[in-house]
Write a protein that binds this ligand. Sequence first.
Ligand code: 9YT
Length: 134
Amino acid sequence: MIVRKLDELEGKDRVVSGPTWTSRRLLLARDKMGFSLHDTIIGAGTRTHMRYGNHLEAVYCIEGRGSVTTMDGTEYRIEPGTVYALDQHDEHVLLAETELRLVCVFNPPLVGPEVHDDTRGYPLLEVAEATPTP
Ligand code: 9YT
């Protein structure tokens, strides 16, 4: 069994930030669960344009308020208790009206250091590219 706590991740390679977000990567590919699980903070007042071409992502909001808008202009309200699943690798814009706390699941699992590339998604990395810390 794997037991890991959010406050144990600081200082390890499991805490990764982009311009608008900080992702605490509780479970990664090397944990061999078949998915990765992140507790992610999105900064208040930010706009993040994404498209995960290599991954499926489910996002469950546990704190904060905002919206996600797809490229056809459809806007969905995001609040605690809302999940959105990017089952079509949907391109989307996430607006954080307040700080958002999101539980994110990726399939295939992230390896660890991924940040958004110029496709607005994450590259597919090999597990060997990650630093082998617990
Ligand atoms: C909602 C979203 O995709 N935010 C960007 C960060 C990402 N979810 C991550 O790596 O945790």
